[in-house]
Design a protein around this ligand. Structure first.
Ligand SMILES: O=P(O)(O)OC[C@@H](O)[C@@H](O)c1c[nH]c2ccccc12
Length: 260
């Protein structure tokens, strides 16, 4: 595991150990899960399926969006044609917050993935309580037993699971130990933070047909999408390049269609 990921997960374990004894926070009861994977599968049959990310900052880039407004960004992503949203809830490293997820989901009809570092199955109940429709499992961050436990907990909460891998070894572990048919290839190298779209191209060849593959990180133009389509991938997770645009709705349309 990269030093940074290890550090983030250690911080997260402390956070969870403080929250868990207090029980779930009393957020308003959320509506039933909206079907994250189903929305992606439906859109990907006829075109590009986009998970648009609400991301204020990151450890590698610092502040990405100064006038951060989760409700407005969620509505803009939906009008622009996104299939789903991703909302960062990790505070220490990404300046995220649970309230951003609640606000964003309330401002649109799209399914939302709670983007955080899952280290304990309990976080799945928490993700659902705040309205999440899916969670992320980062294979690099977990051992085989714990990741399967987190996946089971997610399924009990009726949450979909996006399984994130960076290389062949992680992909093999994911396919062997997890049931989810939604797998993301993160093009960002967690040790160097470099992004290389060739990572998706390489791993796409190894993924069975029943898996829906998501290309994550480093996508900024419609040509990037077309390049990935050559490798058979038409589902994307995009954050920074959209969050830096003044007009997020038009930028989303442009990313999806090449014009607008
Ligand atoms: O901002 P980008 O390069 O478009 O990347 C989005 C997304 O892939 C990235 O935010 C991400 C992928 N996996 C993660 C895990 C934790 C936090 C963030 C992420």
């Amino acid at each position: 595991m990269s030093d940074k990921l290890a550090e983030i997960c250690a911080t997260k374990r402390v956070e969870v150990s403080e929250r868990k004894p207090k029980g779930l926070r009393h957020w308003p009861t959320p509506s039933a899960p909206r079907g994250f994977e189903a929305a992606l599968r439906a859109k990907s049959q006829t075109g590009i399926a986009l998970i648009a990310e609400i991301k204020k900052a990151s450890p590698s880039k610092g502040l990405i969006r100064a006038d951060f407004d989760p409700a407005a960004h969620a509505a803009a992503y939906q009008s622009g044609g996104a299939a789903c949203l991703s909302v960062l809830t990790d505070a220490p490293y990404f300046q995220g917050h649970e309230d951003y997820l609640i606000t964003a989901r309330g401002a649109c009809d799209l399914p939302v993935i709670r983007k955080d570092f899952m280290v304990d199955p309990w976080q799945c109940a928490e993700a659902r309580a705040m309205g999440g429709d899916a969670i992320l499992i980062i294979v690099a961050a977990l051992d085989d037993v714990v990741m399967a436990e987190i996946e089971d907990a997610a399924r009990q909460e009726n949450l979909d699971v996006l399984v994130e891998v960076h290389d062949e070894t992680e992909l093999e572990r994911a396919l062997k130990h997890l049931k989810s048919k939604l797998v993301g290839v993160n093009n960002r190298n967690l040790k160097t933070f470099d992004v290389d779209l060739a990572t998706t191209e390489r791993l796409a060849k190894l993924v069975p047909d029943d898996i829906l593959l998501v290309c994550e990180s480093g996508i900024s133009t419609h040509s990037d999408c077309l390049r990935m389509a050559e490798a058979g991938v038409n589902t994307f997770l995009v954050g920074e390049s959209l969050m830096r645009q003044n007009d997020i709705m038009h930028a989303t349309k442009r990313l999806l269609t090449g014009h607008g």
